[in-house]
Design a protein around this ligand. Sequence first.
Ligand SMILES: Nc1nc2c(ncn2[C@@H]2O[C@H](COP(=O)(O)OP(=O)(O)O)[C@@H](O)[C@H]2O)c(=O)[nH]1
Ligand SMILES: [Mg+2]
Length: 447
Amino acid sequence: MSLSDTIVASATAPGRGAISVIRLSGGNSLSIAETLAGKAFSPRLATFGNLVSDGILIDTGIWIYFKGPNSFTGEDVVEFQGHGGPVVIQTILRTITARGARLANPGEFSQRAFLNDKIDLTQAEAISDLINATSLSAVKAANHSLSGEFANRVHTIVSNLIRLRTQIEAHIDFPDEDIDPQNLLEFSDQLKNLHHDLQSLKLAANEGAQLNRASNVVLIGEPNVGKSSLLNALANEPLAIVTNIPGTTRDLIRHDLLLDGIELRITDTAGIRATEDVIENEGIQRARNAIETADIALCLFDERHDTVTESLITRLVGDTPSATIGIIRTKNDIQTHPTKNHTTYPLIEISAVTGSGLNQLKDWLLNELNLNSNAETPFLARERHVIQLASALNYLHQAMSQPVSLETIDLLAEDLRLTQNALSEITGSFTSDDLLGSIFSTFCIGK
Ligand SMILES: Nc1nc2c(ncn2[C@@H]2O[C@H](COP(=O)(O)OP(=O)(O)O)[C@@H](O)[C@H]2O)c(=O)[nH]1
Ligand SMILES: [Mg+2]
């Protein structure tokens, strides 16, 4: 990747729309844009004008010029807000590339912002995560990361670490000088503080990373308990075939559902029973696999079981399910007596026919997934961050594994250096090109 190229991309989603934004960044942005518009631009001033290519009017819209370094990428940036027709957009892109710009790679604008020190890596990632957010909680948390809250916490720990390293390395550089025992005690206190801060940052990052992935809810139960009916009721459309014939659903049916603005992936499965049918058995196997990756497994029972026991649950989800378990008593419109719950799991009564209990079920799901829009997560994080924090903690544990002493101080210094590198990889102040490539390649084009 060359930072000297001028790049261009449509920043709005593909397809037809009222308006599209085409974005240019790099040294030739302004001259290309001014040629096409046939007029000069002032920085940060919206200018209404044409976009003319070889004498042909392609579009009319608003031009905005951001003079570097006061732009998103830190370079000269020009945006053109034109009409959102695919042919218009393609023609504009072709016109601009013919004048020397090249099409941007996914995430290349954000990558330039990172490389030009406009944002750090956690902020760049937060931009992409904000775009992909599946809940209001995730939006709030991504904005916290974007404004640098996560990065600031990492920076604070790194500065404390650097302060400690400087003191320690001074003793390595001047080994003939005695260390005051009081200093050794202080080092040890500082190590403990660092450990405490790092530990709490990792907990917060873990929570933030949870928000970053779509939550999986799987519906499990014997044939005919009403799994497919519940999926259809939640989705508000007849996605799965419902009949009174046991074994109707054989494959997994997945649906991404928006609950109060929160995206959940609901999976309907084949009913669990002993059967000779090869296709149905494959479906049952798939249902079992789906439980393993689920965040929540809803175990459905109808009037055929007046008591739900632990062993019934185990039969459905196995001995040690990693998913949170909820029990659903279905068909409560035809229920004559309440179902007894002999387990520690919560039981919710619903009817797919009347819709009763569905709101209670939705609230419970959002609560369990901690996706309640009122819940505050300090910042949005990625698995990558959690792994780096764990690795930093590991090095710090190693550093703390023996008492601070003059004999082992160079080992301590080395462990602290590794701790710092692991942390710096989070914000990108110490990062390999491969990592950068893999992070930015998952971004949208034009971002
Ligand atoms: N009365 C009543 N019948 C239901 C309800 N949910 C499902 N059923 C019926 O139960 C049968 C099996 O439903 P289905 O959703 O296919 O169950 P699945 O095999 O678990 O997917 C069908 O005849 C449905 O009409 C409900 O809430 N109330
Ligand atoms: Mg079914």
